[in-house]
Design a protein around this ligand. Structure first.
Ligand code: NAP
Length: 277
């Protein structure tokens, strides 16, 4: 039987997931399908009935459904609850299981792009305390990393630090320059960098020479933060790999093959970024 998967959202035509999974279906010679389906919020319960009837092996969930599906799933991975969003559904024996693979995408990207990144023994500076920061914090804590969580609005960082287990010290962006000399990794999870915007007042030259800088913004691929870090000779990893690696667990669950994030897959997605809004 042909196994079918999907991404649901509203609207859905912006999603790059069909390109990623389509490439993997071809690379692995799997006679399956992965389709983008526009599901309006009011139609979500009916779509879940289709899932329970076994029409699909599972699929991805994107905006605006990532929180709404919590109440419709039969089981939810505990880490998806901490992250506050579901992006992957797997259907087993008529039951829909929801999880969040963004934190695995973040880890997979750094493991591939900067092997040993988690062995420095030095704290991580996370910039931003929005939705995406949650997955990054869960990822960093799963590797036992100590984190300084710096946000434009300090109170938001304080609230988020309380919600995630472990060593997370909240602060504001102005704390960066005093923390930088001890840091091993800097992660931007804010929307700064999109459309070429940049932070004011972060002095990357204060970081140790072997520090790593990564950005989860991937449009543009080289954000001003990454460009500045590279100009100083610092190691960098861009955010596109997080998008690619977060797709791996879903594909494996639906189609039974663990796919690889290859240079040709990356090139196929990079080509779509040229037309990004
Ligand atoms: P969000 O929930 O809206 O959070 C936005 C964050 O950015 C907040 O911490 C906000 O600070 C901060 N911010 C916004 N404008 C700022 C400015 N001018 N100066 C300083 N800080 C500013 O957004 P999100 O869902 O977390 O997404 C953030 C970015 O991550 C987006 O660009 C998204 O595309 C990207 N992302 C990438 C991946 C991937 O796979 N690579 C996955 C998910 C998200 P305040 O609290 O002070 O407002």
């Amino acid at each position: 039987m042909t196994r079918k998967a999907f991404v649901i959202g509203h609207p859905i035509n912006h999603s790059r997931s069909p390109v990623i999974h389509g490439e993997w279906l071809v690379q692995n010679a799997i006679a399956g399908s992965y389709e983008a389906i526009d599901v309006a919020p009011a139609d979500l319960p009916a779509f879940f009935e289709r899932l329970r009837r076994g029409e699909f092996a599972g699929g991805n969930v994107t905006i605006p459904h990532k929180e709404a599906v919590f109440s419709l799933c039969d089981a939810i991975d505990p880490l998806a609850k901490v992250i506050g969003a579901v992006n992957t559904l797997v259907v087993t024996d008529g039951a829909v299981h929801g999880s969040n693979t963004d934190y695995l995408g973040f880890l997979g990207n750094l493991d591939a792009g900067a092997p040993g990144w988690d062995q420095s023994g030095r704290p991580v500076i996370v910039l931003g305390a929005g939705g995406a920061a949650r997955a990054v914090l869960v990822a960093l804590r799963s590797r036992g990393m100590a984190v300084h969580l710096l946000n434009r609005t300090g109170a938001t960082a304080e609230r988020l630090a309380e919600q995630i287990d472990g060593a997370i010290a909240p602060g504001v962006l102005e704390d960066f320059n005093s923390l930088a000399p001890q840091a091993g990794l800097v992660v931007n999870t804010t929307s700064v960098g999109m459309h070429g915007t940049r932070f004011a007042g972060l002095d990357l030259a204060l970081l140790p020479g072997d520090a790593l800088v990564t950005d989860i913004v991937y449009v543009p691929l080289v954000t001003p933060l990454l460009a500045d870090a590279r100009a100083l000779g610092l190691n960098t990893v861009d955010g596109l790999g997080m998008l690619l690696h977060q797709a791996v667990p879903g594909f494996e669950a639906w189609f039974g093959v663990r796919p690889e994030v290859t240079p040709s897959l990356r090139a196929a997605i990079e080509a779509t970024l040229e037309h990004a809004p």
